[in-house]
Design a protein around this ligand. Sequence first.
Ligand code: FES
Length: 156
Amino acid sequence: MSELKTVISDQIKKHGKGRDALMPILQSIVEKNNYLTNENMVEIAKELDISAADVYGTASFYSFLETEERGRYVIRICKSITCDMKGKGKVLRTIQDMLKIKIGETTQNKKFSLLETNCIGLCDQGPAMLINDDFYNHLTPEKVREVLVDYIRNKN
Ligand code: FES
């Protein structure tokens, strides 16, 4: 059985063969592979007996369910107004200059992707960002530079 089929059948055992299994299946695949391919979504639709459009609609609604290949470290900087007013622009420019990528892009070595996200609940501590599941707050150009240097030097 393929890895995908195993994930699907494990989740169907837990949640039944229907829409209840959809989110857990999508999350498990993203945890394992970082993103969902079109083939994954078609296969899931077949196995759950729902339409591929339904699966795609769910996956694209949630920004953490990636439908494109991303770097190992996905930086999500908050684009909401409070972080914007607290200096997110300078922080973003620092990230873009250091990594030589724009929003929506991935570095050539596939280590980093840079995305914007809606509020991540740290408005009183903005500007804020996530790198994968780790939160970073009170960002300044200096602080974000330190964070990125650490990732560049110490994390594979
Ligand atoms: S506005 Fe940026 S974390 Fe809420």
